[in-house]
Design a protein around this ligand. Structure first.
Ligand SMILES: Nc1ncnc2c1ncn2[C@@H]1O[C@H](COP(=O)(O)OP(=O)(O)OP(=O)(O)O)[C@@H](O)[C@H]1O
Ligand SMILES: [Mg+2]
Length: 278
């Protein structure tokens, strides 16, 4: 224990510096109420995000990476890079996503919007892992380069299930592949002392109601993580695809669990915003 004292002091100094400067201690989601519930920041380790399909997991993870004020990497195993750039541009420039796809914009105007989108996220890196399997070693290398010498870094993986599906070892069952994937992500989080937000698919029986055991394929999803965040739509979307989403921290190693946080997800601009959660 005594050998840990210097490390504990350095940790206390970093925490106190952040506290007195009024800034978060490390990476955040950007949704203040959620960050508060998480103990003020996304602490190092794995954080699981699950929901029914189409609720906004990708949008939330991508928003966290592209609004970060420190290096952050988004590993996309489902959505191609260009669609993610469109989604970033929609949010950053307040342009309906549909307008970026319909062809109604003169190309020069579209380019200007995309340039503003890119400029809005100077610390974000995108790994397009839809084109080839991104091995744990590759992710560690990319993440280390992106992180550089700074203290704060966030990695988002979208999604665990799509990622392990691309594992070159065809002999592994889904259960083995998920557990192996989680173990290598945890190692990466430990080595870089950073949070890794892992987007996960729900199993069929939990599709509607979510809950702590909703991650599909292995109990290691919830047991080995710092937090488990569940997203559920409430009601039908309005004309621009704006819908109320309830978030529940089913598991939270750094604060209370089970509280509902209400947010709005606007599909047209791909933006999550908070409502007054009291
Ligand atoms: N042009 C648009 N206008 C309005 N809403 C849109 C538009 N394009 C996409 N959306 C909405 O954005 C949402 C997609 O969010 P997102 O892809 O982040 O969900 P997800 O939970 O990651 O889904 P999946 O399980 O498929 O990965 C959908 O509800 C979709 O209807
Ligand atoms: Mg998605």
């Amino acid at each position: 224990m005594g050998q840990l004292l210097d490390e504990a002091q350095a940790d206390a100094e970093a925490a106190h510096d952040a506290y007195t400067a009024g800034r978060p201690r490390g990476p955040i989601t950007g949704l203040a109420c959620l960050d508060r519930e998480l103990g003020g920041w996304l602490q190092p380790g794995l954080h699981i995000l699950h929901s029914n399909s189409g609720t906004g997991k990708t949008a939330l993870g991508w928003q966290a990476v592209t609004t970060a004020r420190h290096p952050a990497v988004f590993v996309s195993c489902e959505m191609g890079a260009l669609e993610l750039l469109r989604r970033l541009t929609a949010r950053a420039t307040n342009t309906y996503l549909g307008r970026l796809k319909s062809g109604e914009l003169p190309p020069a105007a579209a380019r200007q919007l995309y340039e503003r989108g890119v400029a809005s996220a100077p610390h974000a890196y995108l790994v397009d892992a839809t084109l080839a399997y991104a091995s744990p070693d590759y992710l560690l290398e990319v993440a280390s380069l992106a992180k550089g010498q700074g203290a704060d870094f966030l990695l988002v993986l979208d999604s665990l299930h799509s990622w392990v599906e691309m594992l070159p070892d065809e002999r592994a069952s889904e259960y083995e592949a998920i557990n192996e994937g989680l173990a290598s992500l945890r190692l990466l989080a430990n080595q870089l002392v950073c949070p890794v937000l892992v987007i996960a698919e729900r199993n069929r029986s939990a599709m509607k109601d979510g809950g702590i055991n909703a991650g599909a394929g292995s109990r290691r999803i919830e047991f080995g993580s710092e937090s488990v965040l569940s997203l559920d739509r409430k009601g039908k979307p309005g004309p621009t695809g704006s819908v109320t989403v309830e978030m529940v921290l089913d598991k939270n190693r750094h604060g209370a669990s089970g509280r509902t946080i209400t947010v709005i997800f606007d599909g047209a601009t791909q933006r999550f915003t908070e409502v007054d959660n009291g």
